[in-house]
Ligand binder design. Structure first.
Ligand code: GLC
Length: 745
């Protein structure tokens, strides 16, 4: 039950309780949430009272750097609808009190923050969370982030980021869910449900923000903020898919992106912001621009000046301008000059106020007394450890090198990333490094200090000096196994962190060469915010565990996997190239007229789509990940050889655990339409399921498939076309047991 009265957040004394009972009896006070119609009437009443400047104020957002007298006066004047990115919880509460009690109309602020993968507790970076293929666990983590951040006075997170990314040169691949629209849709919707809970009004719910709308991940050359060219059918089938999924999950806000999309900047793109988001999807929340993205319409060459930029942003449908001030500065002149219809401004403000009402900011939530958690709770740490564990992807395990026996003598832990709390948290981390459990600390706790020989070998991941190599080699020689922590620092990942090369930075490869000469089993643990290229290293080491930037509990999760207390089950949410020269490389590609072959008679045909100097296949395919056991996929069965366009069928196969360890497996369903009026990808993920199998156990895994699941866009039309389909139930996008079915007209 949620409160609606303003006095609800103070304890009622006996007399008040009697008074309250009288009000309730008279029906003049309700405990229920306002109905949509009641909310709209409240907005109508507010809009009727608001001046134009107050409306433009609601459409303006600034960074809360400090609660200076100037900021306080601006809040009193209704200068800002939202503040974000700074201020202590107490300063937020004070600012809110000023907005509600001292401004002319008492409209509350909405406080935003980049709570991207945790607040007090840091979970793996979203790309790592995606590798878990566990939407429910991702939802739980997001709910914890909402609980922690709302206690700190935050009501709105600029998350989930769901930009489909096929280019690991782009540093922001770390923030999203990888290359596949189905996985990204599942993960993004789960995060939205976690943040927003069952009701936005709940004290521990925060508004989510679907970003960056849209197409940002297709940035040319992997260079951040660069141009994107995405034909409409690809835009709808791939890049818009997760944004539509979160619309269906009830996301409260969107953030318009920096990139130019097909010639029109995404932050002034009426096609995506009006036709798709409003007219087709009926979205009724609000859109905030990315940081100064409205003012950036000028350097884009799309607006001649700030006034034109404001006009284009408002008319296109960006409700709120982040940081730049073109709306505030030029809104009045635009309306007086009849370049912007005042009704458009009213609608923009209505949609902002609607979310503020839904959040309960005009009621109890607006009068919060911040009580930020001093430290992570036990349940938060347990969830962080589980998600870090499920995000680990085992890429190689030669002769069952892993897990190490606990009885092993000594291990050498080598590499600066073995004990770098800040780097383990990854990009956009808000948690404090001192709360982080590093792999080195976890291994020392598990094995005892004297059995863990630590030698960083390098100062950091970019270090080119070999000065630390001798100590590293000495540690390797003195141990029974070597744990080599490789990868990239957090500072090389995230926004404005494009890399033209994907190799291990610094002298890491040289360090591997030196250490591997000690002749001991070498396990590489890679911490990174993107797929890296490390083919030579992969050839030299015995096992590889990809840990992404695993967050607060990354250390215990990694130590548990190494010592066999947990079995890796993660699967790659993104293709790993052999070399950056293959980029873009992704699994759901078209076949071309001259498909290359890596076996059979065509393998030597020069005149097919391949390279002279490297294989056309990836280092590791999308969906790939090993286990400490082995799973066998057999006997794919289709419930019926064919179905109509609107029909359905089931596909099943047997999955057996043929190894000696009980473990989870993420079973994947792929289809391929062999012929259509638009060439279709050679594989498309249509479902996945986590199964748990004991040694020797076999399970029939079944997926339902409807005609609509096979639909694709032709322009704005979503169509399912008849024809022959191949189907796989598989451990990854390059393998599996295969069958076929027909869709009939
Ligand atoms: C940044 C990012 C965006 C973030 C915003 C506010 O430039 O592009 O993802 O939410 O600014 O920090």
């Amino acid at each position: 039950m949620s409160s609606t009265g303003r006095f609800w957040n103070v304890p009622l004394r006996h007399g008040q309780a009697a008074l309250l009972a009288a009000f309730l009896a008279a029906g003049s006070l309700s405990l229920r949430a306002a109905t949509p119609a009641e909310t709209e009437r409240k907005i109508d009443a507010l809009l009727a009272k608001m001046t134009l400047q107050e409306k433009l104020g609601q459409m303006s957002q600034a960074v809360l750097r400090d609660l200076s007298d100037k900021t306080k006066e601006e809040i009193r004047q209704g200068r800002w609808g939202s503040l974000f990115g700074g201020g202590t919880p107490a300063e937020k509460a004070a600012a809110q009190r000023i907005a509600i009690r001292e401004s002319r109309l008492g409209i509350p602020l909405i406080f935003g923050q980049d709570v991207i993968h945790g607040y007090t507790t840091t979970f793996p970076i979203p790309l790592g969370q995606s590798a878990s293929w566990d939407p429910e666990l991702v939802r739980q983590a997001a709910h914890i982030a909402a609980r922690e951040s709302s206690a700190g006075g935050i009501q709105w997170t600029f998350s989930p980021m769901m930009d489909i990314a096929r280019d690991p040169r782009w540093g922001r691949i770390a923030e999203g869910f990888g290359e596949d629209p189905y996985v990204a849709s599942q993960m993004a919707a789960a995060m939205v449900r976690g943040y927003q809970g069952d009701s936005l009004e709940a004290a521990d719910s925060i508004a989510a923000c679907a970003k960056h709308y849209v197409g940002y991940g297709a940035t040319e050359g992997g260079r951040d903020y660069n141009t994107t060219w995405i034909p409409e059918n690809l835009l709808r089938d791939v890049f818009l898919a997760p944004f539509q999924a979160v619309r269906e999950a009830g996301v409260a806000t969107y953030m318009s992106a920096f990139n130019n999309l097909n010639g029109v900047p995404a932050s002034a793109n009426e096609f995506t912001l009006r036709q798709v988001l409003r007219d087709e999807w009926k979205f009724d929340g609000f859109v905030v621009s990315d940081y100064t993205a409205i003012a950036e319409l000028i350097p884009h060459g799309y607006a001649a000046d700030a006034k034109s930029a404001a006009q284009k942003g408002i008319v296109a449908g960006v409700n709120m301008e982040m940081v730049s001030t073109t709306y505030w500065d030029n809104g009045k002149a635009l309306i007086e000059g009849k370049q912007v219809d005042p009704k458009v401004v009213d609608q923009a403000v209505r949609e902002i106020l609607r979310i503020k009402f839904r959040l309960g900011l005009f009621d109890a939530k607006g009068q919060f007394s911040p009580a930020p958690a001093a430290a992570s709770t036990a349940d938060a740490l347990e969830t962080a450890k589980r998600l870090a564990a499920e995000s680990l992807v085992l890429l190689k395990n030669q002769n069952r090198t892993l897990p190490l026996a606990r009885s092993i003598g000594k291990v050498a832990v080598i590499g600066p990333l073995a004990d770098s709390a800040r780097d383990q948290l990854g990009t956009w981390a808000m948690g404090e490094p001192d709360t982080v459990r590093t792999p080195l600390a976890a291994l020392r706790q598990a094995l005892g200090e004297n059995r863990v020989l630590f030698a960083p070998g390098l100062k950091n991941s970019r270090d080119n000096s070999h000065d630390g190599f001798a100590a590293a080699v000495k540690a390797a020689r003195g141990a029974d196994a070597v744990l080599l922590f490789l990868g990239e620092e957090a500072s090389l990942s995230g926004e404005a962190s494009a890399r033209a090369y994907l190799d291990l930075p610094g002298a890491q490869e040289a360090l591997v060469n030196e250490v591997s000469q000690a002749g001991k089993p070498v396990i590489a643990v890679v911490l990174a915010g993107r797929p890296l290229t490390f083919h030579n290293v992969a050839e030299k080491v015995n096992a590889i565990l990809y840990a992404w930037h695993p967050g607060t509990m990354g250390g215990p999760a990694i130590a548990n996997a190494i010592l066999g207390d947990a079995v890796p089950s993660g699967k790659l949410p993104v293709t790993f190239p052999r070399t950056v020269g293959q980029v873009p490389i992704y699994y759901n590609h078209l076949n071309t007229g001259r498909p290359p072959a890596d076996s059979g008679p065509e393998a030597n045909n020069k005149f097919t789509s391949k390279y002279l100097d490297v294989s056309f296949t990836p280092e590791y395919p999308f969906g790939y990940g090993l286990s400490y056991t082995h799973f066998e996929y057999t006997s794919l069965r289709v419930s019926t050889p064919g179905m109509g366009l609107g029909g359905s069928l089931t596909i099943s196969a047997d999955v057996a655990n043929t190894g000696a360890v009980e473990a989870d497996e993420i079973v994947q369903l792929y289809t391929r339409q062999m012929t259509a009026s638009l060439a279709r990808p050679v594989r498309e993920l249509k479902g996945f399921r986590r199964v748990h199998l004991k040694p020797g156990e076999k399970q029939s895994v079944e997926f339902a498939l409807r005609g609509g699941d096979l639909a694709f866009h032709k322009g704005s039309q979503l169509v399912t076309e008849p024809g022959l389909f191949q189907v796989w139930i598989a451990p990854d996008s390059a393998a599996g047991t295969q069958g076929q079915f027909v869709v009939t007209p």
